[in-house]
Design a protein around this ligand. Structure first.
Ligand code: IPM
Ligand code: MG
Length: 352
């Protein structure tokens, strides 16, 4: 079981350290961890946010445990050298096109949401975000118009096969949940979205047991705060998914607890190859202070065991240990508590 460990920037190394301790505590036979540099940290050492050596490690691994990338010191760099290119590059290089971002309210933490607790407590949704296409990966540039004005432009597009494969992932996810899928687009304005909607409807024919609905993205943003309990699985493109998944995470009020999986179609001898990362970013403001909550990173490791290694029992054990630590009042600053990174890691390890 080869696991690539890419800690990255900001709080990444601190929280990844705790997740690794949790994995080691499980004492899984044959587990091998291989570290690699990504993000601003990699740029400092090697002059590139995603060095070839890191790509090689990623290819050779069965799964990737990813921390976070992002570093204000790199804001002046050309786009291809910015830390974010590490995660974007890995998603593309490994064809990890399906991003699963579940959001649920943790028991006992209902008061953390900025929504009314009775609204937020209904949240149990999964956002399935497409990761390899859209305006993220289209041609882009800044050009000078005839009259001398500068114009920035980014090309938005989706090919039908790109929509079809993410739709299948979403329909299958809905089958394993409450059987409801809401596809989010902007088909009233965008051609890209109209094709998206047409293809999702075509794929729906293969899933008669799933109830499909469609929603414009602006309405979805509103419904997410008005009545988030209505959603089971949401499928959407790269840009809308980026925005809505941050929104959903704040609706539950604890971004420091939310993990995500990025999957493709590569099967290893253990399961589906994937990359696992917390939803929160590199949080440079608290980096290196031992304050960051490692729970989302630890829960990302649990997702990894489930999806990439078929170790459902061990994944559930980690999730239960996190819940136990929370129930014992071990909470990071993001949850209104005062426990530090190490202390939270200790609590999860001892609960295991
Ligand atoms: C995310 C992040 C990334 C994205 C950034 C870091 C490039 O916001 O994973 O949601 O936009 O996809
Ligand atoms: Mg984002």
């Amino acid at each position: 079981m080869k696991i690539a460990v890419f800690a990255g920037d900001g709080i990444g190394p601190e929280v990844v350290h705790e997740a690794v301790r949790v994995l080691e505590k499980l004492d899984l036979p044959g587990m091998e961890l291989i570290e690699g540099d990504v993000g601003g940290a990699a740029w400092r050492k090697h002059g590139h946010p995603l060095p070839q050596a890191t790509i090689d490690i990623a290819h050779a691994a069965d799964a990737i445990l990813f921390g976070s990338v992002g570093d204000f010191d790199c804001d002046h760099l050309e786009r291809h050298l910015r830390p974010e290119q590490a995660i974007l590059g890995l998603r593309k290089e490994l064809t990890l096109f399906a991003n699963l971002r579940p959001a649920t309210v943790f028991k006992g933490l209902e008061d953390l949401t900025t929504l009314r607790a009775e609204v937020a407590s209904q949240i149990d949704l999964l956002i399935v975000r497409e990761l390899n296409g859209d305006v993220y990966f289209g041609e882009k540039g800044v050009r000078t118009l005839d009259d001398g004005r500068r114009q920035g432009w980014d090309m938005m597009s989706y090919a039908e096969d790109e929509v079809r494969r993410i739709a299948h992932v979403a329909f299958r996810a809905a089958q394993g949940r409450q059987g409801r899928l809401c596809s989010v687009d902007k088909a009233n304005v965008l051609e890209t979205s109209q094709l998206w909607r047409d293809v999702v409807i075509e794929v729906a024919a293969e899933y008669p047991d799933v109830e499909l609905s469609h929603m414009y993205v602006d309405n979805a943003a509103m419904q997410l705060v008005k009545n988030p309990g209505q959603f089971d699985v949401v499928v959407t493109g790269n840009l809308f998914g980026d925005i809505l998944s941050d929104q959903a995470s704040m609706c539950v009020g604890s971004i420091g607890l939310l993990a995500s999986a990025s999957l493709g179609e590569t099967q290893t001898q253990y399961g589906t190859k994937g990359l696992y990362e917390p939803i929160h970013g590199s949080a440079p403001d608290i980096a290196g202070q031992g304050k960051a909550n490692p729970m989302a990173q630890i829960l990302s490791a649990a997702m990894m065991l489930r999806h990439s290694f078929g170790l459902e029992e061990q994944a559930a054990r980690i999730e239960k240990a996190v819940a136990t630590a929370l129930a014992n009042g071990v909470k990071g600053g993001d949850l209104g508590g005062s426990a530090g990174t190490r202390e939270i890691g200790d609590a999860v390890v001892s609960a295991l």
